[in-house]
Design a protein around this ligand. Structure first.
Ligand code: AMP
Ligand code: DBH
Length: 536
């Protein structure tokens, strides 16, 4: 039996994935157990001045698992984990994997609105946070979330706990336990989504592990890798492509950067002789500019992986020559499918495409609006299915009916074409989503929050083209004449609603009316274009 709300693969498909050897039946925490057995004294994680070996990490995870258990957390319990890039994040998720409990991978930028939703929607038992990061107090957030939920959460705090439970005290003798069933849900990842509410993505031990193993193979990770985590660690890219889990599978070294800025990252690359790093396109370009002005070089850096948003060929070439390293494009999604350019691909394919699916079991279709395959080379909707692509969002029956085809393909919402070499090129998207430098934002969700203001009669949120971020979030608002609404009021309203920091609009426009289509719907295309023209 699996956790409720999970859509499993059809039985005959699961049988095939197992017989092909794609699903190994081994749970995720075994990645760490094997590394601890084979490379006990290798450094696994560097976090500030702390360095832990694989043996130490494995031991700590065992003790933490028993500690979580003492607080009443058992198999299938959902635990919202919202930690910055610290060792405790890695320990926590592995301790939960070991118990068969299910971490919900929140990001540090999430606020009351999202965290309350995650807790309510998953009926979470516990919440793991840091005390304070960059002046923001997560213990206070935990209080607000409990008030919104109207119930208590087991809140575990890394650092000074106040009235909550101290993470430090989760330290109990390791126990023998039943191995976890690898076909069960291991974690809930998040999707940017395109609807009014965020979507949760159930990933099983079997499927996530397969995606990590395939990533490690394609990216050539081995024990010599020193991998920099500068993006938020819980995100699917730095977690699994090959990311943190890939490093553990390969016995590589994970170096956690508390922040992504050059001031923090550059000294770390030098001090730790980093050879692989992952970035979203705007971050890679920011690093490049800073490296140029400071005239620093990074001779240890071998590979820069770039994904999360479209990287154009010129930027890819500039990054490659500026850092004197190889570039790999990563086109992935927390729902599953990950495409990579291969390390030994000809340069024009590395720079000019988003690569191709990583695994033999990946199925890809490119279709028109009627779900018919387009002619080879034409642009169409990308559909995908396979041994690590979900068959449904968590507890979302209605949305799943349109987000997946009847035969189980996930509708990615991306518009792509396939080159003669078989690589995919992302040409745009059909889904209502803003991609702000790799952060995905659903306009509908923001519009709901805006319309909750009594002085706002109409609202539309659109992505406006931006040279650095790809897109910026712009909220166009029509205020009721009786309310003398200012832009500041609108932003303050959104902050009061408790939405994630990365969803706050870059720009708020107060307009007398919004452009409408012939059938009376808001014409977002025209709106985005006029806002773009207005910005120039
Ligand atoms: P999510 O479903 O929230 O995990 O976001 C995944 C989406 O990010 C994909 O469906 C694409 O729209 C976008 N994406 C990820 N990587 C790339 C890339 N390398 N190039 C273009 N778009 C990307
Ligand atoms: O954007 C993404 O979600 C993403 C990008 C690169 C991803 O999930 C991944 C690699 O695994």
């Amino acid at each position: 039996m699996s956790v409720a709300g999970f859509v499993a693969w059809p039985a005959e498909v699961a049988v095939r994935y197992r017989s092909e050897g794609w699903w190994s039946g081994r749970p995720l925490d075994h990645l760490l157990r094997s590394a601890a057995e084979q490379l006990a004294d290798h450094v696994a994680v560097v976090c500030g001045e702390r360095r832990v070996t694989y043996r130490e990490l494995d031991d700590r995870v065992d003790r933490k698992a028993s500690g979580f258990e003492r607080l009443g957390i058992t198999a299938r319990d959902r635990v919202v984990v919202q930690l910055p890039n610290v060792l405790e994040l890695i320990e926590t998720i592995f301790a939960l994997f070991r118990l068969g409990a299910i971490p919900v991978m929140a990001l540090p930028g999430h606020r009351r609105s999202e965290i309350t939703y995650f807790c309510r929607h998953t009926d979470a038992k516990a919440y793991v946070v840091a005390d304070e990061v960059l002046g923001f107090d997560y213990r206070a957030l935990a209080r607000e979330v409990e008030a919104a939920l109207g119930r208590r959460l087991v809140t575990i705090v890394v650092g000074e706990p106040q009235e909550h439970d101290a993470y430090e005290n989760l330290d109990e003798a390791p126990r023998d336990r039943r191995p976890v069933d690898a076909s069960e849900v291991a974690l809930l990842q998040l999707s940017g989504g395109s609807t009014g509410t965020p979507k949760l993505i159930p990933r099983t031990h079997d499927d996530y592990r397969y995606s990590v193993e395939q990533s490690v193979r394609v990216c050539g990770f081995d024990a010599s890798v020193r991998y920099l985590v500068a993006l938020p660690a819980a995100h699917n890219f730095p977690m699994s492509s090959p990311g943190i889990l890939g490093c553990i599978h390969a016995g590589a070294r994970i170096v956690l950067s508390p922040q992504p800025q050059p001031d923090v990252v550059f000294p770390l690359i030098q001090r730790e002789s980093i050879n692989v790093a992952a970035a979203v396109p705007p971050l890679a370009r920011l690093w490049l500019l800073a490296a140029r002005t400071r005239r620093v070089r990074f001779p240890s850096l071998r590979l820069l992986q770039i994904g999360g948003a479209r990287l154009d060929a010129d930027a890819a070439a500039a990054i490659r020559s500026g850092f004197e390293c190889e570039v790999q494009q990563v086109f992935g999604m927390a729902e599953g499918l990950v495409c990579y350019t291969r390390l030994d691909d000809p340069l024009e394919r590395i720079l000019g495409t988003q690569g191709r699916p990583m695994a033999p079991g990946d199925e890809v279709r490119i279709v028109d609006d009627e779900d018919h395959d387009v002619a080879e080379g034409d642009v169409g909707h990308l559909l995908t299915r396979g041994p690590y692509t979900i068959r449904g969002y968590y507890d979302a029956t209605e949305h799943n009916a349109t987000a997946f085809t009847a035969d189980g393909f996930y509708r990615t919402g991306d518009l792509v074409r396939r080159t003669a070499d078989g690589d995919l090129v992302v040409e745009g998207r059909a889904k209502e989503q803003i991609n702000r430098g790799g952060e995905k934002i659903a306009p509908l969700e923001l519009e709901h929050h805006l319309l909750a203001h009594e002085g706002i009669v109409d609202a539309a949120v659109v992505g406006v083209q931006d040279n650095l971020l790809g897109e910026r979030i712009c909220a166009a608002v029509v205020a009721h004449p009786k309310h003398a609404l200012t832009r500041k009021d609108v932003l303050r309203h959104l902050e009061d609603r408790g939405i994630a920091t990365f969803k706050l609009p870059d720009r708020v426009e107060l307009l007398p009316t919004l452009p409408k289509t012939k059938v009376g719907k808001i014409d977002k295309k025209q709106l985005a274009e006029s806002l773009h023209r207005g910005a120039r």
